[in-house]
Design a binder for this molecule. Structure first.
Ligand code: RVP
Length: 499
C-alpha cells in the first residue's frame, strides 16, 4: 500500500512567526546575515559563506555575469545558468571574476550612422542615458564619440538626425587610458566634473566606462562578497549529462562553487555527478532538488556540500500540474531540516540547506531561515530588476521584464528534467511569462533586508543561527489569513503599490 503523509503539504503563507522578547541591544543595524553555503565540521568554518542569505536561480532569465556582479556587491551569490554552451557559461564566469569594481563594459553602444531615434529606443530599452559611439557599435570598438541626454533636444531635433552630427566627438572627450586605477579615474571624474569617463587602449578602442555613480556605489558596498584575490565570488549551475567537460571548464574559469541543477535530484544521475565533482576538484558542489529526508540523505551520502530543497513551488513551474510530483515548500523544508539537524548531531558535519523557489513575500525569506534554511534561491524576485539579463518591455501603462522557466520550450533545458533516454524536452514543466519591472536590485534588496533584520529583532535574534534556534512558528488558519492584510477599509491609491 502507498505511504500517506499525515500532514498536508504546506506553503510559507500558512505560517507566521510569533515574536520573542526583543532586548535593547537587539537592533536591525547589529543583525548579521552571514551564512554558510558549503558543509563544514563542528567547530570549523565553511569554505564558502555569504554575507546575505540570497542566491539567484540557475536560470537563463536570471543569472548571468551582470547579475552575479550586482548580487555579489550586495553580499549574495548568483549561480550562472548552465543551459548554454560550456564556452559561453565559462565566459560569463570569467567576466564576473574579472570584473573590476567601478569599471564597466559599456552596455549601450551605437555607431555614428545610427539616428536619434535609435538613441531614444536604446535608452527606453535599457534605461542608460549615456551611449558609447564606436566604429562597429560594439562595446570594444574604436571609440568615436559619446552621446548623453545633453547632446540632443527631442523637441527640436529630427528623429532621423545621424548620431555623428550631434555626438560629442572623441577629440573633445576627456578619457582615461587602460591600466588606470579606480582612484585615478575617480580623480579625473571629480577634477573635470564628469559623469562618465571612457577608458580606451592604445588604439583608441573602448575598454571600459567609469561612472561617477558607480564609484560612489563601490564605496557603499561594505558587504560585498569577495574571494581572497578581491574578485567577486560566483557560482555556476551544472547538469548530470555533460559534467565531465563542463565542470573542468567552469573551475578553470574561476567558479567558486557549483550546483547540480535538476528538478528532481533524488536520482542516481545526480549522485554520479556529485561523486565526479568531489573526486576531481576542490570546488564545493551543491545538489538537489529534494523534498524529503531520504532524498537529502542520499545526496549527502554522495558528497553534496549543500542541499537544495523544493519541487514544483517555483513561480514559473508547472511540474506539479504536469506530473503530479512535488511538495509544499514549507513542509519539504521542515522535513529536510530535521534530517539535517539529526545528521549534524550524529556526525558533527553541518550541511547547509537552500530553500529554492516559491518566495512570494519578503517575509517568506525570514520564515525559510527560521525553519532552518541557511539561504534561499530565488528566480522571480531577481528577474524583476535592471540587472537581470532579460528585456524590459512596456505593456499598457506598466513596465515588465520577461521571465521564463528552465522547463519551458523557450529555455529548452532538457538536461534539468533528464531521466535518461531521449535528449529533448518531451513536455513543458515551465511557462514563459512577464514579471513587473521593479527597478534596481540594490534598492529592492535594501528594503527586503531591512524587513528581514527587523523581523529577526522581533524574534530576539541577531544571527540566522540564533533565529533557527529561537523561532516560534505557528500555522495560520484560512480565516486568520484575511486578518493579516489590510481589511475592512477602503484603500487609498497610494497604499495599493507596495511589495
Ligand atoms: P521562484 O523564485 O519562485 O521564481 O522559483 C525559482 C526556482 O524555480 C528555480 O530556482 C528552480 O528551482 C525552479 N524552476 C526554474 N525553472 C523552472 C521550470 O521551468 N519549471 N522551475
Amino acid at each position: 500500500m502507498a505511504h500517506y503523509y499525515n500532514e498536508p503539504s504546506r506553503t510559507f503563507s500558512e505560517y507566521l512567526l510569533v515574536p520573542n522578547l526583543t532586548t535593547k541591544d537587539c537592533m536591525p543595524s547589529k543583525v548579521s546575515l552571514r551564512t554558510p553555503i558549503s558543509k563544514f565540521k563542528r567547530g570549523e568554518r565553511a569554505k564558502v559563506e555569504l554575507n546575505i542569505p540570497f542566491a539567484s536561480a540557475v536560470m537563463q532569465a536570471v543569472s548571468d555575469h551582470n547579475m552575479a556582479v550586482a548580487l555579489a556587491q550586495c553580499g549574495g551569490i548568483s549561480f550562472i545558468f548552465g543551459s548554454q554552451s560550456v564556452e559561453s557559461q565559462a565566459e560569463m564566469i570569467r567576466k564576473a571574476k574579472n570584473y573590476k569594481s567601478g569599471f564597466v563594459v559599456s552596455r549601450s553602444n551605437l555607431t555614428p550612422e545610427h539616428t536619434l531615434q535609435d538613441v531614444l529606443d536604446l535608452r527606453e530599452r535599457n534605461g542608460h542615458s549615456t551611449a558609447a559611439i564606436t566604429d562597429d557599435g560594439t562595446p570594444t570598438g574604436k571609440l568615436l564619440g559619446i552621446v548623453t541626454s545633453r547632446d540632443y533636444r527631442v523637441s527640436r531635433d529630427s528623429p532621423d538626425k545621424k548620431v555623428g552630427e550631434f555626438m560629442t566627438p572623441f577629440p573633445s572627450i576627456i578619457h582615461g587610458h587602460a591600466g588606470i586605477t579606480l582612484s585615478e579615474a575617480n580623480n579625473m571624474i571629480w577634477d573635470n566634473k564628469l559623469n562618465c569617463l571612457p577608458i580606451v587602449d592604445d588604439r583608441q578602442n573602448l575598454v571600459h566606462l567609469v561612472f561617477r555613480k558607480d564609484y560612489d556605489r563601490h564605496k557603499e558596498n561594505p558587504g560585498e562578497l569577495l574571494d581572497t584575490n578581491k574578485s567577486y565570488i560566483v557560482g555556476a549551475g551544472i547538469n548530470s549529462r555533460d559534467y565531465e567537460t563542463r565542470v573542468p571548464a567552469l573551475v578553470e574559469a574561476g567558479a567558486d562553487i557549483l550546483c547540480v541543477d535538476s528538478s528532481d535530484g533524488y536520482s542516481e544521475w545526480q549522485s554520479e555527478t556529485v561523486r565526479y565533482v568531489k573526486s576531481t576538484c576542490d570546488v564545493p558542489v551543491g545538489a538537489g532538488n529534494v523534498v524529503d529526508r531520504e532524498g537529502f540523505l542520499y545526496l549527502v551520502e554522495a558528497g553534496a556540500d549543500f542541499v537544495k530543497v523544493g519541487i514544483g513551488g517555483g513561480s514559473i513551474c508547472i511540474t506539479r500540474e504536469q506530473k503530479g510530483i512535488g511538495r509544499g515548500q514549507a513542509s519539504a523544508l521542515i522535513e529536510v531540516v530535521e534530517a539535517r539537524d539529526e545528521y549534524y548531531a550524529s556526525t558533527g558535519i553541518y550541511i547547509p540547506i537552500c530553500s529554492d523557489g516559491g518566495i512570494v513575500h519578503d517575509y517568506h525569506i525570514t520564515l525559510a531561515l527560521a525553519m532552518g534554511a541557511d539561504f534561499v534561491m530565488m528566480g522571480r524576485y531577481f528577474a524583476r530588476f535592471d540587472e537581470s539579463p532579460t528585456k524590459k518591455l512596456r505593456i499598457g501603462n506598466n513596465y515588465v521584464k520577461e521571465f521564463w522557466g528552465e522547463g519551458s520550450n523557450r529555455a529548452r533545458n532538457w538536461e534539468r528534467y533528464d531521466m535518461g533516454g531521449k535528449q529533448s524536452l518531451v513536455f513543458e514543466e515551465g511557462v514563459d511569462s512577464y514579471v513587473p519591472y521593479a527597478g534596481s536590485l540594490r534598492e529592492n534588496m535594501d528594503k527586503t533586508l531591512s524587513k528581514i533584520k527587523s523581523t529577526m529583532c522581533n524574534c530576539g535574534s541577531m544571527t540566522i543561527a540564533e533565529l533557527q534556534q529561537k523561532a516560534r512558528i505557528t500555522v495560520v488558519s484560512a480565516t486568520s489569513l484575511v486578518e493579516g492584510g489590510a481589511h475592512d477599509v477602503i484603500l487609498k491609491e497610494s497604499s495599493l503599490s507596495g511589495e
